[in-house]
Design a protein around this ligand. Structure first.
Ligand SMILES: Cc1ncc(C[n+]2csc(CCOP(=O)(O)OP(=O)(O)O)c2C)c(N)n1
Ligand SMILES: [Mg+2]
Length: 332
């Protein structure tokens, strides 16, 4: 484990003040999107569930911010921040969440299960861990095609206990593929707490068994996430193989919005609220004088406008034509 101090992180990142502000805005945009889908769910405008990434913004944005355009993203259901960071539009994401005909899946999905070829986003496969061998296969293809690309994939503390996790990581390690897997250890898989999911001390301990580096980080600290990913991506690009990263966070809402998480012990959320990723980064940026109260207000106004526009557009957009249901089922 090579967990570094905050001071080191702050000094050796090579990020500019503009980068910091962009990262902050992306986190705020992600939270605003989240609030939007929570509201739409309550208004009965979502056909399926609303999965919140509240608490996961630093992990999603910080990791994707370290990617290069030729890289591939295999996100999970709480990684909307990574979609935004790759350049996905709020409008496209909202159209998909409302299952509208103009959305990336043309109304077939209500969350983030879409593929965007130009942004190299391979949206989640619903079956947990099924993405891992596919993402590893993409890493193998990227090496064969000499793309100088890495593949970034995420899994939860629950999903990591499915067989494909083992198969995928083993192959990635044996073939030294440019594959990075982030375990989003957000304390729960639906209502199951982590002590009922694994008996080792930390999920990252598994890395040694596959013969790859494992790094455990504070997933609420965007700079720590960014730095760890940047190092892992550089190693991967240099042909030194995969890395397993355990990002420790908290799922701040229920599994989805229908779930009032009554099973959370008293005081748990209050404890994690003190570690809110956005507040932490905002405090840091204010202290460093990169952000001012005026700038915060400007960013707030602009993310609210961006999400409001996306909601208004997607809300008015039509559902798909029934007659098109059979289109796009098979590849050309
Ligand atoms: C193989 C499989 N089993 C069950 C499910 C249903 N399911 C979807 S998400 C989820 C919980 C996942 O928990 P975790 O991996 O910790 O991710 P989190 O939701 O906490 O981010 C479950 C049980 C599924 N999609 N796939
Ligand atoms: Mg979880």
């Amino acid at each position: 484990m090579n967990k570094s101090s905050k001071k080191e992180i702050k000094n050796d990142l090579g990020l500019t003040a503009d980068d910091y502000l962009t990262m902050y805005r992306l986190m705020r945009l992600t939270r605003q999107f989240d609030q939007g889908i929570i509201r739409l769910y309550r208004q009965n405008k979502m056909l399926g569930g609303a999965y919140s990434g509240w608490g996961n913004e630093a992990t999603a944005v910080g990791s994707a911010y370290a990617m290069m355009p030729q890289d591939y993203l295999y996100p999970m259901h709480r990684d909307i921040g990574a979609h935004f960071t790759r350049g996905q539009s709020a409008r496209a994401l909202m159209l998909n969440h409302l299952a509208k005909g103009e959305g990336p899946t043309k109304g077939r999905d209500g969350t983030g299960h879409y593929y965007d070829k130009s942004l190299r986003i391979v949206g989640n496969i619903s079956h947990l861990a099924a993405m891992i061998p596919q993402a590893v296969g993409t890493a193998l293809a990227a090496v064969k095609k000499k793309e100088n690309a890495i593949v970034l994939n995420y899994i939860g503390d629950g999903g990591m206990n499915v067989g494909e996790f083992h198969e995928g990581l083993n192959m990635a390690a044996v073939w030294k593929l440019p594959f990075i897997l982030i375990i989003e250890n957000n304390q729960y898989a639906y209502s199951t707490p982590t002590h009922l999911q694994y008996a080792c001390e930390s999920p990252v301990d598994r890395a040694a068994g596959y013969g790859m580096p494992g790094v455990k980080i504070d997933g609420t600290d965007i700079l720590e996430v960014y730095r760890t990913c940047k190092e892992a991506f550089e190693r991967a690009r240099a042909g030194e193989g995969p890395t397993l990263i355990e990002s420790v966070t908290m799922r701040m809402r229920g599994h989805a919005e229908h779930d009032a998480h009554e099973y959370y012990p008293k005081g748990l959320l209050e404890k994690w609220e003190k570690k809110d990723p956005i507040v932490q980064f905002e405090t840091f940026l204010l202290k460093e004088k990169i952000l001012t109260d005026k700038k915060i207000k400007e960013i707030e106004t602009s993310v609210i406008a961006e999400i409001d526009e996306a909601i208004e557009y997607a809300d008015k957009a039509p559902y798909p034509n029934g007659a098109d249901a059979e289109l796009g089922v098979y590849a050309d």
